[in-house]
Write a protein that binds this ligand. Sequence first.
Ligand SMILES: C[S@@+](CC[C@H](N)C(=O)[O-])C[C@H]1O[C@@H](n2cnc3c(N)ncnc32)[C@H](O)[C@@H]1O
Length: 258
Amino acid sequence: MQINEIYNENCLDTMKRMPDNFLDLTVTSPPYDNLRTYKGFIFPFEEIAKELYRVTKIGGVVVWVVGDATIKGSETGTSFRQALFFMECGFRLHDTMIYHKSTPPLTHKRYEQHFEYMFIFSKGKPKSFNAIFISKTYKDSRLNKPYRREKNGDIDTGFVSDSKSKIKGNIWKVFAGGGASDRIASKHPAIFPEQLANDHIISWSNEGDLVFDPFMGSGTTAKMAILNKRNYIGSEISSEYCEIIKKRLEQIPLKLDL
Ligand SMILES: C[S@@+](CC[C@H](N)C(=O)[O-])C[C@H]1O[C@@H](n2cnc3c(N)ncnc32)[C@H](O)[C@@H]1O
């Protein structure tokens, strides 16, 4: 099977040609709840989840970015059902992360929808975790000092922080609109931000690893894999979107020799 290729086909067909334990990482957002029609699609979810388990390496990770549509006033719960099915397939639910996005206001009978889930499934314990650090702002507001809680719940302000940074939290606020640095991607109706793909690729894989996106869309995962010196494979069922991916990847200034 050729790597660093986009296959214009149903992702199930691509995965069927992959050997067992092949992929280090999958970063994807599926076409959930018929929210968009794209150019027509096929989504046999359970077959796809089972195949993803087979082709993921031991210690490999699947990042599944998904939300729920609201139909007749009720959220569908599709995201939870999918998460539980991935676990039935054998994956661990390593983390339920939140993609916090800014969306235009709507008028309806509930609070504004501001997030999607980013389920982190792993086949056994993740073999790679390169944590992203941010600066520490964890301070006692009165004393302007770092603090921690004792086991009994008391606040210990005598605690001396040993570093100026801490691991980033699992709610990622990422600007959703225009998340791509190239214009060609915006011809696709549902791209996810480059930053989002970038940060997951860095977190759950290492240079030279193989990253898959079964629903490649405009090619965000492939682009960020290339820029981070990872190999990639993608499936995209629409030939029109494959053209976008081709043009988008050609625009990457420096194609790295992997
Ligand atoms: C949510 S979009 C992905 C967008 C992508 N994350 C990006 O940043 O551009 C889902 C994509 O999956 C494609 N698709 C739907 N069913 C598919 C299937 N069975 N195999 C491969 N691609 C499929 C659709 O055509 C659509 O482009």
